[in-house]
Design a protein around this ligand. Sequence first.
Ligand code: TRP
Ligand code: ZN
Length: 867
Amino acid sequence: MDTQTTQASAAPPVIRREDYKAPLWQVPQIALEFDLDPAATLVKARLTVTRAGSHDRPLRLDGDGLTPRAVSVDGKALSAGDWRMDDGVLIIALPGDDHVVETEVEIVPASNTQLMGLYASGGLLCTQCEPEGFRRITFFPDRPDVLSRYDVTMRADKAAYPVLLANGDPIEQGDLADGRHRARWVDPFPKPSYLFAMVAGNLACNADSFTTMSGREVKLGIWVAENDLPRTGHAMKALKDSMAWDERTYGREYDLDVFNIVAVADFNFGAMENKGLNIFNSRYVLADPETATDPDYDAIESVVAHEYFHNWSGDRVTCRDWFQLSLKEGFTVYRDQSFSADMGSPAVKRIEDVRVLRAAQFQEDAGPLAHPIRPESYMEISNFYTATVYNKGAEVIRMMALLLGPERFRKGTDLYFARHDGQAVTCEDFVKAMEDGGDIDLSQFRLWYSQAGTPRVTVRPSYDPESGALTLAMRQTIPATPGQDVKQPMAIPVKFALFDPATGEKHDGEEVLLLTEAQMETRREGFAQAPVLSINRGFAAPVIIEAEQSAQDLAFLAAHDDDPFSRYEAMQQLMIHALLGSIAGGPLDSAAVIDSIRGTIADAALDRSFVAEAVRLPSEAYLGDQMQVVDPDAIHAARDALQREIGVALQKEWRAIHAECARNGFSLSADARAARKLRGVALNYIVASDAEDGPALAFDQFDRADNMTERQAALAILASGASGERAQALAAFYDRYAGNALVVDKWFQTQALSLHPDVVEMVEALGQHPDFTLSNPNRARALYAAFAANQWGFNSKDGKGYRMVADAIIALDKLNPQTAARLVPPLGRWRRFDDERGAMMKAELERIAATPNLSKDVLEQATKSLA
Ligand code: TRP
Ligand code: ZN
């Protein structure tokens, strides 16, 4: 077969933001009836449609894989000539302006491996509609600017599906003949189809309640398999904390009488904010000390908050079209980040968020898939649920909050919610509300929505001893990105402070300066000696700072900066300088790094959780990002050597910390969690020092731990070594948790991430393990997404890593295109590596792109990655 022609003829259309047109028909009301059965579910839909404006265009109802069994208008069955199908779309010419259109289809949840639409997971039937899954359930104008009131009736076998849930409020339920039963749910809030949800199954409920600020009682339910019920407490606490926080912080009250969360084992993403019925990947619901790590607990808290916050930023005010995705996602990520900061340590939360941004978003912004937070075009919108739209989008909101200050920012959000409640709006509407409510001009700031690429800000301080003045010369450049060769200067908040090197004190507080030109200079006076510059404090702007800072200045900031992010950053920079110097062929100059680490662990005033962050070396991948051409082997060797030197030089300190941080009895207190984190870092350095008893010490921690945080940390350390304890620990871990899917995922993931010379062969073997399956996205990601993030292993010189991931993409695409497409970007980094590696990566992308019958999800990612 000639694949070239096949693909050319099937080339999916490109959707452009500029082509947006308002809907020609609205659907104020929809009644749905489901006769649920995994093998054949009957879906009857009754749409009240109204013509929008005056035109003579027919009604177009999106469908994906649907065949109409019956179509009627105003109660009269249509004959075949009265409607037609065009590429899945059902087209009906309607004479008047108001009609009732009824359709009937049959769908097969059991064979829905894409996990979009109505599908089976374990014994459950559940839905995922965002972004375009509703059209796999019934014919409908499946776009976010069509808002409808939903009236949903579910019928199912009562023994197999005793619980029937949908959006809104439960209205009636009752038994039917043949062991079936029914439930009817009505959602009073008009919503777009992507927020529709429904779940049927045998579920147990953690039931609780929350009294809102106006005194209404809301029934809360977290629905899981009966034996998971003891693992739902943390999610419930997070939900109640989120509800109270959104009232306190944004004045947002919950609006229905019930709020339900359901956990499902097979899910393409983290979770989904369906109105009144959030559906979660079970990994973001279930936790107990034996099976979940402290980072798992944190992730549950933030994802529960994220989905809850969407009730206002997403559901009550939704997106006009999918190009506006960051309207809800960037804002909601900003909201969940602020919530988590308030619930724990703001300093550590900021460090973690910046680490994620740099690891995922900066890489995306620097590669072939770079796009603005408001993209201009797409082939498949599912490919745009990205770190750029989510995390850079959150940074853009954060900058507006900084420029406005807390009070005016709140005025802006109040105005946004008041002005647009019940509407489907744009990013422009959000910025306008910030301008009007916050009384600020954001004209130039809007470039953050349209220009892709991470700005580089060069800051050159020069001190004149004569006048005692410091001049800061600043320059911004924004690199070219696909489709955007030339960029305009952006409005970049530069947050800085100056320190007196003699006293360690800060001069005159900190300042926020708005860099609006390509080049700008600013002058400050009155310094007896050259001050030390602390720049981009708190990581106020999502940019790369290029400041020529001496090792001495960095060491000073690592010891004295009162902005915890900048203090952390100074240590990272010291480590990076040492490592890049040795990678470039110089000696490994570890002295300054070791001194700073020694000073940091000795500083009793510092939060131990911060200390754990600050003394850890940057990841191999982040080091790669600092190089012109990534050399995975050199990076690994240098980082390994520095880790060893730090381990040896501070052996006594690490041993002391490891002993002191041991606790009797488990607690989730901040102190206990910090101790566990720092203990893991200490153990890592002890083992890295090649101390003879290192592996035994790690195995002992692994074996005696009363919690997953310490057990998993020890396992990861052993997995990256060659000791006899490695195999022993992996086998013991598997035996202990066999059957617990979320923990078995950790077992796969820990091995895929391990820095072991044979990791490629190990991952290859794990792909054949009886517990491995591509049909569960968590399991597929635990092995292949983790491995693709393992810079040393994935980029092994023989190209085996590339081939393995490409094989996985091709195989997974047949089952689940969305999840397959998310594995493509690591291969798209081919320009970042040497010619041999680059050629092998490219060859794999070409092989993927040439695969017959590829989904548009993978096709878009593979072809763009090659361009
Ligand atoms: N709106 C969801 C969130 O961010 C994202 C999401 C859930 C999603 N499921 C999805 C995106 C499936 C694409 C496909 O909270
Ligand atoms: Zn979201």
